[in-house]
Design a protein around this ligand. Sequence first.
Ligand SMILES: C[S@@+](CC[C@H](N)C(=O)[O-])C[C@H]1O[C@@H](n2cnc3c(N)ncnc32)[C@H](O)[C@@H]1O
Length: 355
Amino acid sequence: MTALKKKIEKIITEQGPISISDFMKLALTDKKNGYYRKKMPLGSKGDFITSPDISQIFGEIIGVWILDLWIKLGKPKETQIVDLGGGRGTLLSDIKRVLGNKISSYIFIDINVELIKLQKKAVKDAIHFEKIEDIPNKPTIFIGNEFLDTFPINQFVLSHKYFKEVCVNYKNKKLIFSHHRTNLSRTLDKKTLNQIKVNDILEINFESRKFIEKLSRFIKENNGGAIFFDYGYTFNHGDTFQAVKDSKFVNPLDDPGNADLTAHVDFNDLYHQAKNSLVSVWGPDTQGTFLKKMGAIERLNALESISDDKTKQKLRNGLDRLINTDEMGELFKVLAITSNKFPSPEGFTCGTRGT
Ligand SMILES: C[S@@+](CC[C@H](N)C(=O)[O-])C[C@H]1O[C@@H](n2cnc3c(N)ncnc32)[C@H](O)[C@@H]1O
């Protein structure tokens, strides 16, 4: 048994069942043994592969989106680009190829030492921080691809009278789920959540709400924007808590620290959080719609015209995976936030301007 599993079992034995949110925090970011502290999660040696490593067109299109936003911002000299959870650094490197020296600084936010090493190689002059509170106050454009899904969720289940929280418990030498009337579950009112039926699971990501509020405040005060891509939904979707190890789904409680734990992102909730924070919000749209509106097919055609047959096939397969509705095109959503001082960003079909 791993040291982290032992630590979690001890906490539960001494203090009682813990929320899924506390379990995720320990499993993912425990200083010594958390998944994102010690594992190399991405690429051929990792547990999964992400859009920037599937197709260069993903980063290039985001680069064009940022360039348009930057021009609309009035081309401020001091603008910084921040990649939230930068992975292998491929995304920021592809973006930098589009933006070049027009932008004065490139920043990664990350906590994984192995990935930080790769990010330093991919974007040589990039600066590293652990959290957004450390970023200098300047016009900033943030990117987050598969970043928000790392935030811990709380789960609730509606019994006949009220909500109970889904917790992680330790019984008969096993970590299991059990339902409890916690303080947090007491704050939920079934009348205001009338679309939920008995036994339905409700997921709330309080940490993402706080993060979007903080980020919106930063953008409002400093000017700029943010764009987020993630697998997610726009209406309540039930239980989406999942674990992936070696590219396979596994039980989230089986091997904390060694499997990637995520939950689908509630884009509707984030949209409302940003709107309440008085910034402009764009989307949510599907990733496929956004990439096509931004010219991904035209970019594919341009790259194909200078490629050999093998490269052409690779480029086609990669983009197909990103935009096809049966693959990532529909499941993945995109949401953007901007300060209110310039016209709408490109690529979105809907949005609400803040005040
Ligand atoms: C799923 S990966 C996505 C990587 C990259 N954006 C991409 O598209 O390839 C999540 C990234 O977020 C980082 N991360 C996870 N938890 C974090 C935290 N609490 N603070 C900062 N970065 C974090 C991971 O180390 C990793 O780089």
